[in-house]
Design a protein around this ligand. Structure first.
Ligand SMILES: Cc1ncc(COP(=O)(O)O)c(C=O)c1O
Length: 409
């Protein structure tokens, strides 16, 4: 039996796709990019994404090409990607930001036309469906993260189309895993328990502030320090996971650890509770979707009207940064803010900038990712803080097409 196959089997049953267990979604994405893209290939992606993913793309030796996005959900807007860009990209990577689905049907169609792979980052979107089909089953491969949905702080999957590819990727994964230590396994098992203890005891605010003061957080800002000269030096070593490890491991140092039975046993228990977790997320997402701060994208309900079981609910607010700070007083630490967009953060040396960065800048600076499991507390806090709803700028009108010249008879 291959490593992690019991956990992978659970996911295979959910998705109907072959799955490879990985210690993190970031490792799953790295495996997919290395398997299907030659070094130097150009990958279209959203600039409203975790910086860790940018470094995964760079580590795979690829050029991240930033796409225009929708101002209501931060995901790639395929219609706004210039034809000249479509003609020169070699792959597309979705985000499914906060669990809101990418425009996968359209992206899949474009990728098929161009004969390039579509990779789905489903780290935020384990339970999201599009036309009844699970996100993560539209592309050539998809990455999932257990750190997000069941708060396990470890674990991920790569879903692929067939058993032969799965076996190849299992071998590639085994080469990248580093040996576990019992101490690291214990820490990985205890950290989620400590976190829920802090929450239950209403200690979120003092613990968070203390960590801030002691410099225990890996990021001072929403983005980690780029260390541009060191990053530039790494380019000569790409593709290489090891060279980029100082950036890729941020927030999850065990991202490539070969976890032992203790961690995997805990993950199995947590995964068994996934459906209950998703049901609670749906309830919270429905509640937050009905507030004045809800992004208009939340009104696009899937068939049947049930909301997606979101990882975070995108609320759009004025003075977002002030509100984030105030929310800590109410016991809410809202992470997963991806501001500024990756092209503003990393610059043209490391990424190809978006041809139209306006929507990404607007969305990244106004979105407040709300945990649906804390929906009532967040609604109360925002009401108390008199949070002002922000409205996405209207999309620039599409220029009217020139009427076709009548054919001469
Ligand atoms: C959009 C996105 N994709 C992938 C990942 C990586 O997931 P993991 O922490 O399991 O490696 C993250 C992490 O936060 C993320 O936000």
């Amino acid at each position: 039996m291959s490593y992690g196959s019991r956990l992978a089997a659970v996911m295979t049953q959910r998705l109907g796709r072959e799955c490879v267990y990985t210690p993190s979604a970031r490792l799953a994405l790295y495996l997919a990019l290395r398997h299907w893209c030659r070094p130097g290939a150009r990958v279209l992606m959203s600039p409203v994404n975790d910086d860790v993913i940018l470094f995964v793309v760079l580590a795979a030796g690829l050029r991240p090409v930033q796409a225009p996005v929708s101002p209501t959900d931060g995901n790639i807007d395929p219609a706004a990607v210039p034809e000249s860009t479509w003609r020169t990209v070699d792959a597309v990577l979705t985000t499914n930001l906060y669990g809101m689905p990418d425009r996968v049907v359209e992206l899949r169609r474009r990728c098929d036309q161009l004969g390039i792979p579509l990779f789905e980052d489903a780290a935020h979107a384990i339970g999201t469906r599009v036309d009844g089909q699970p996100v993560g089953t539209f592309g050539r491969a998809a990455a999932f993260s257990l750190s997000k949905h069941v708060a396990a702080m470890a674990g991920g999957f790569l879903a692929v189309e067939d058993a032969r590819t799965r076996r190849e990727l299992e071998r590639a994964r085994d080469e990248l895993l580093v040996p576990r230590s019992l101490r690291a396994d214990l820490t990985t098992t205890l950290r989620p328990l400590a976190r829920s203890g802090v929450r239950t005891l209403h200690l979120v605010r003092p613990v968070w502030r203390t960590m801030q003061h002691l410099g225990m957080l890996e990021r001072d800002e929403f983005r980690m320090d780029l260390h541009a000269p060191r990053l530039a030096d790494c380019a000569a070593k790409a593709p290489s996971l090891t060279a980029y490890e100082p950036w890729i491991r941020v927030d999850l140092h065990g991202f490539r650890s070969r976890h032992g039975p203790l961690v995997r046993g805990q993950l199995k228990l947590r995964t068994d509770r996934l459906d209950a977790d998703l049901a609670r997320r749906r309830v919270g997402a429905a509640l937050l979707s009905g507030t004045a701060w809800a992004s208009p994208a939340l009104r696009d309900r899937p068939a049947g009207g049930a909301p997606h079981p979101l990882f975070r609910v995108p609320l759009l607010v004025h003075d977002r940064d002030v509100l984030l700070d105030r929310l800590v007083r109410h016991g809410v630490v809202a992470g997963y803010v991806y501001d500024p967009p990756l092209d503003d953060y990393a610059g043209a040396e490391f990424v190809e900038p978006s041809p139209d960065p306006t929507a990404a800048r607007w969305f990244a600076s106004h979105v407040l990712p709300a945990d649906p499991l804390l929906a009532r507390r967040i609604t109360k806090a925002l009401t108390k803080e008199k949070a002002g709803p922000a409205h996405p700028p209207l999309a620039a009108p599409v220029p009217e097409s020139t009427p076709p010249t009548p054919l001469s008879q």
